[in-house]
Design a protein around this ligand. Structure first.
Ligand SMILES: NC(=O)c1ccc[n+]([C@@H]2O[C@H](COP(=O)([O-])OP(=O)(O)OC[C@H]3O[C@@H](n4cnc5c(N)ncnc54)[C@H](OP(=O)(O)O)[C@@H]3O)[C@@H](O)[C@H]2O)c1
Length: 283
């Protein structure tokens, strides 16, 4: 069983441009919170969000691309008395200024917020248009932070170009033992530009669990306090100092507790990270 993280302070990281500290493990909602209309799955999502918040989790990431997940997040946050306690992030994912404005208004209504913590341009869709609107809305106080996202290495150069030229608070990108390409340049560029990094796809959308299925953790993983493969994968990510927060997706309450457990105890040094990568790759 994964080590419980209840009652234990989570590792926090600061958003470089503000100095605000946030817990280093958050929650992704792609697919897993797209459950409006399914009573059993909605109950799982509610319990997952409850356990997440009870154990100190705050950052929740959504998108209008994720079906009902924004509305479900807003509904459950209200039901659980979490309004104002979470750090809510969503995205704009459409083309054209007016369509973007409409979509962002809808998202904030669904999430039940007047002021959103973080609005991101999803997969850089019509990024120049939306970044202009995002800057206006941030200046007007409707968002606290603005950002850009992508989900594969093919988007990293564009992310890097944008953070080099514009004032971007957060870059959200894929990064994991299985998909380590962001370490080539993008993470360093983000650190230099004081841009926070949110890591998506930390388990390569679950593929990493399929690879280690039936395999025990190596004995030396205990030195890091890893009680599960999820913690092994997440601690590897969190050991990179440019990373501000990692957002594994789940609708399973014990998985969310397991994931938060990665934000406790020691993190690997560089030598250990290399050993962890080599071991995973050998399986
Ligand atoms: N372009 C973008 O902006 C973009 C792209 C991709 C993702 N994202 C964001 O990043 C989040 C994370 O990425 P992702 O959801 O694609 O993939 P992921 O987090 O790498 O993997 C999710 C999968 O891992 C499983 N899982 C989670 N915790 C586990 C645990 N402790 N033990 C065993 N299995 C576990 C989940 O299944 P269970 O439900 O069974 O736990 C799910 O199948 C998304 O939800 C989304 O918010 C953004």
């Amino acid at each position: 069983m994964p080590a419980p993280s209840q009652g234990v302070d989570l590792i926090e990281r600061r958003i470089p441009k503000s100095g605000e500290a946030i817990p280093a493990v958050g929650l992704g909602t792609w697919q897993v919170f797209d459950v409006a209309g399914n009573t059993a799955e909605l109950a799982q999502a509610r319990e997952t969000l409850r356990v997440f918040a009870e154990r100190g989790g705050r950052v929740v990431d959504s998108s209008p691309m994720y079906g009902s997940s924004e509305a479900v997040t807003g509904q459950l946050a209200a039901e659980l008395g979490l309004k104002g306690k979470l750090f809510l992030a969503t995205k704009v994912w459409t083309s054209g200024r007016q369509a973007g404005i409409q979509q962002m208004e809808d998202s904030m209504r669904k999430l039940g917020v007047e002021r959103l913590d973080l609005m991101q341009v999803h997969n850089l869709v019509d990024a120049a248009t939306h970044l202009a609107t995002l800057a206006e809305w941030k200046a007007a106080g409707r968002f606290r932070y603005l950002g850009i996202t992508h989900y594969n290495a093919g988007g990293h150069d564009d992310l890097e170009r944008i953070i080099a030229r514009q004032d971007i608070d957060v870059v959200q990108v894929n990064y994991s033992i299985a998909e380590p390409e962001a370490a080539r340049r993008l993470l360093r560029a983000a650190a230099e530009r004081r841009t926070a990094v949110i890591v998506n796809r930390p388990f390569a959308e679950g593929a990493m669990f399929r690879r280690v299925k039936g395999q025990a953790l190596p004995e030396w993983a205990a030195e890091l306090g890893c009680a599960s493969w999820a913690q092994y994968f997440l601690k590897w990510i969190l050991a990179e100092p440019a990373v501000t927060c990692v957002i594994p997706g789940t609708r399973n309450p014990s998985h969310v507790a397991d994931n938060l457990g990665a934000a406790t105890g020691p993190l690997p040094d560089e030598a250990m990270r290399r050993k962890m990568s080599a071991y995973y790759t050998s399986l």
